[in-house]
Design a protein around this ligand. Structure first.
Ligand SMILES: [Mg+2]
Length: 194
């Protein structure tokens, strides 16, 4: 589903950074779903990192699993409000997202959009002119990395959020991808891609 879509008109084809939200852009406390827009906290380095990626020509697209909706922890409306708060807080500091796509389903619902399924990215491809071959996925969980792998995209595992514990559980997760402290280091890595 779409929480936000920026109108780009017939903009040229550009690569995208597909960004996980919780634990990647905003703080994610283990065991606590973010269910209140007022509790949204963006990582300090995220503003500069996203500005760098945007200046490099990447579209900024958030792709996020929000099973808390399916679990009844929050309504669809609240989830959208949280995403719009993210958009607003970033925009207030000069960072403009191109889209926010979310999956509201439970893991066992068999939907096509829950990461690591490619549904959210496929939806984004309908709305934006994206050069998929040069695009990158950034996230803190195994599902984000599997999503990148299934589409043959470059990926960056950030150690914020669940990143560190995911690496401890699955050391093999680091193979074939960049592992970075957080979004700011991820942005520097992307800059190095040329
Ligand atoms: Mg996450």
């Amino acid at each position: 589903m779409i929480a936000y879509l920026r109108k780009n008109g017939k903009d040229m084809k550009r690569p995208a950074v597909f960004l996980d939200r919780d634990g990647t852009i905003v703080y994610d406390r283990p065991g606590h779903y973010l269910t209140d827009p007022e509790r949204l906290r963006i990582y300090k380095g995220a503003f500069q990192a996203l500005k760098i990626m945007s200046a490099l020509g990447y579209r900024l697209i958030v792709v996020t699993n929000q099973a808390g909706i399916g679990r009844g922890y929050m309504t669809l409306k609240t989830s959208v409000a949280i995403n719009l708060k993210l958009r607003r807080d970033l925009a207030a500091k000069g960072v403009f997202l191109d889209g926010i796509y979310f999956c509201p389903h439970l893991p066992d619902e068999g939907c096509a959009c829950r990461k690591p399924g490619p549904g959210l990215i496929k939806e984004a491809l309908k709305h934006h002119r994206i050069d998929l071959s040069r695009s990158v996925v950034i996230g803190d969980k195994t599902c984000d990395m599997k999503l990148a792998d299934s589409l043959g995209l470059a990926s960056i595992l950030v150690k914020t959020g669940h990143g560190r514990s995911e690496l401890r559980k699955r050391p093999g997760l680091a193979g074939g991808r960049a592992v970075k402290k957080g979004l700011l280091e991820a942005a520097a890595w992307i800059k190095g891609l040329g």
